[in-house]
Design a protein around this ligand. Structure first.
Ligand code: PEP
Length: 252
């Protein structure tokens, strides 16, 4: 059976290496005991060497919150997917709304997705509308965003692709999207993927939900939303909350 995927996006947290070690150690310890959940943590770049261990198999997989859309060269301040891979990073969040709002375009994002897949890494492609419109036009927006973010990504490469549906209005908010709406959106996303790549590829692509998930709402979102996993922001650096969330999802 496919494992449920829980991705922790630490965002720009915590601010000390000691805290980073503590969060990673606790998450690792707990992940060891889980049967049906795959845990991925995405700390800030600077903590990657501290939390990675390429020599031993870890119960927690490593991801980052972005990469640059080139492999190597004169790109001051940027980080290449190859550098991350060398540290054992397997997953990369791409197109997070907090990066899109700072000027990242669909074109850059599709290039990142292509580079990652070509290098046998998993892009966690974030998509999501800024607002839900009565006339349903947010669905057209989402469809275009998916198509453009996957532009030039060939069917033969997409087996490692993960889609994270994160409605922008639900990120960092008080409440998550209603689970029944999440269910509808996951079906819509599968349909768009099916039109692009075919039925089998759409079915096998994991769809995650992200946006104000916490240990309290996670089980209902998971069950009623019928998604393959969760992208968790703030709650992923709250040790008590994330521990509870992982334990509960493992029992579902
Ligand atoms: C995120 O940053 O991807 C996210 C979902 O954040 P939060 O869970 O804090 O809303």
């Amino acid at each position: 059976m496919k494992k449920k995927i829980i991705v922790g996006n630490w965002k720009m947290n915590p601010v000390t290496v000691e805290e980073a070690k503590k969060i990673s150690k606790t998450t690792r310890g707990l992940a060891q005991k889980l049967n049906s959940v795959k845990v991925v943590i995405c700390p800030p770049f600077v903590y990657i060497p501290v939390v990675s261990n390429t020599r031993v198999e870890s119960p927690v997989s490593l991801g980052t919150q972005d990469i640059y859309h080139e492999l190597q060269g004169a790109y001051t301040g940027e980080v290449s997917p190859l550098m991350l891979k060398d540290f054992g990073v397997e997953y990369v969040i791409v197109g997070h709304s907090e990066k899109r709002s700072k000027g990242q375009t669909d074109e850059m994002i599709s290039k990142k997705v292509q580079l990652l897949l070509e290098n046998n890494m998993s892009p966690i492609l974030c998509i999501g509308e800024k607002e839900r419109k009565e006339d349903g036009s947010h669905l057209d927006f989402l469809k275009e965003q998916i198509k453009n973010s996957l532009n030039k990504v060939p069917k033969k490469n997409i087996s490692k692709l993960i889609i994270a549906y994160e409605p922008v209005w639900a990120i960092g908010a008080k409440e998550a999207m209603a689970p029944n709406d999440i269910y509808e959106m996951s079906i819509f996303i599968k349909k768009v993927l099916s039109d692009l790549y075919g039925h089998d590829e759409a079915v096998s692509t994991s769809i995650l939900y992200g946006g104000s998930v916490n240990f309290r709402n996670a089980p209902e979102i998971f069950i009623k939303g019928q998604i393959d996993g969760l992208l968790v922001g703030r709650e992923s650096v709250n040790i008590a909350g994330f521990t509870e969330l992982l334990k509960t999802i493992d029992t579902l």
